[in-house]
Write a protein that binds this ligand. Structure first.
Ligand SMILES: *Cc1c(COP(=O)(O)O)cnc(C)c1O
Length: 367
């Protein structure tokens, strides 16, 4: 097998010498490993990068959503509106606290919650909307429309921005800053990773204080056993923070490369009938994964696999997953379940590999 014919995975995290150097230097410090100064530095960097007043890191991007929901007052029996197209972590995060996710269909161009359908789904039991900025995109109707809906109805807006580090709204705010709380994930496939990890951002001092207590047994301050409120243990570790600090230094370069990867795919796939990339405004959005609609999707994925190219089918409609099995019809999410495909999207993808992938897709549709 020649070098260029090596298997191309759909995604792989990228860790290297910088992460190793941070970790080795920390190991020489005789620290406690649990969250402390490295974690504080990592939180400060995310706050600075996003422009948020506070950042609180936790052990993943699912419990971050659970904590955000608790912090805005969601409790057992409450309803939380979530998109039918998202990673299943979004609805599961509120299931965990006994609240009821209510699934709403998404906009066909952005795959973000449909505004009118969201409004129609609000009941007296609705406590929060979890807006997922799918693949770094912003709602076509404008984020201000969702902020206005939340204000008008008294429902809290939480942003699941797990896929949106490096993407901004047209008004210049980083995605995740429009909601009362914004949530990020640093799981292995995300633009930067700490293996597992999540972050919450907010400008609200009281919410930030609540989130800090919730993740640390309800403690008012570190090292004490005095607890005024109920809390859990969703803390970070210094080892993750070391990796995160190294990854944050690479973030600007990764953002540029992700945009360049999308540009090259857009060029390489132009004019091929049967495949359509989702549109991105690269001046605002950093496409995290290369997402597309593909005719005969499963046959295309099999063809690419036979040529040593990995893909991943996009999220199936969650209301139809066995875990939920709910009635209802969400045509856009269902259509994505049939036609949505993620192409190889890792940061280390070479230009030659992108060309090879586009050629292979061309030969599938055009022979
Ligand atoms: C990755 C992701 C999550 C989950 O994050 P974890 O860190 O894996 O728990 C939640 N929501 C969305 C939209 C995601 O992409």
């Amino acid at each position: 097998m020649s070098d260029t014919q090596e298997f191309i995975p759909q995604m792989r995290p990228l860790f290297g010498g910088e992460e190793k150097a941070e970790l080795m230097a920390y190991l020489d410090e005789d620290g406690f490993f649990t969250e402390f100064k490295k974690t504080e530095a990592f939180e400060r960097q995310i706050a600075e990068f996003t422009g948020a007043r506070h950042c609180i890191v936790v052990n993943n991007g699912t419990v971050s959503l659970t904590l955000a929901a608790i912090a805005v007052g969601v409790g057992p029996g409450d309803e939380v509106i979530v998109p039918d197209y998202t990673m299943i972590a979004t609805p599961n995060s509120v299931k965990m606290l006994g609240a009821q996710p209510v699934f709403v269909d998404v906009d066909p161009d952005t795959l973000i919650l449909d505004l009118a359908a969201t409004r129609a789904a609000i009941t007296p039991k609705t406590r929060a909307i979890m807006l997922v900025s799918a693949n770094g995109r912003a709602p076509a109707c404008g984020i201000a429309a969702f902020e206005a809906l939340a204000r008008e109805t008294g429902v809290a807006l939480i942003e699941d921005a797990a896929q949106s580090l490096g993407s901004v709204y047209p008004d210049g705010r980083h995605i995740g800053r429009a909601g009362a709380i914004g949530s990020f994930s640093f799981s292995a496939p995300k633009i930067i990773s700490t293996g597992q990890g999540g972050a919450l951002i907010t400008d609200d001092d009281a919410l930030a204080d609540r989130l800090r207590r919730l993740k640390d047994f309800g403690r008012a301050a570190g090292g004490t056993d005095v607890h005024d409120s109920i809390g859990y243990n969703f803390k970070f570790t210094e080892l993750q923070a070391c990796v995160g600090l190294a990854q944050m230094r690479q973030l600007p370069g990764r953002i540029e490369r992700k945009k360049e990867i999308w540009r090259r795919y857009a060029e390489g796939l132009a004019g091929i009938p049967g495949i359509q990339l989702f549109a991105h405004d690269l001046s605002l959005c950093t496409p995290w994964f290369i997402d597309c609609r593909a005719e005969r999707r499963d046959a295309l994925a099999a063809h690419l696999k036979s040529q040593g190219i990995g893909t991943r089918t996009m999220y199936p409609p969650i209301h139809q997953q066995k875990a939920y099995a709910l009635p209802g019809h969400h045509p856009v999410a269902e259509e994505i379940g049939r036609s949505g495909l993620w192409l190889p999207s890792m940061i280390q993808l070479s230009d030659a590999q992108i060309e090879r992938i586009c050629q292979s897709i061309r030969s599938f549709y055009l022979g």
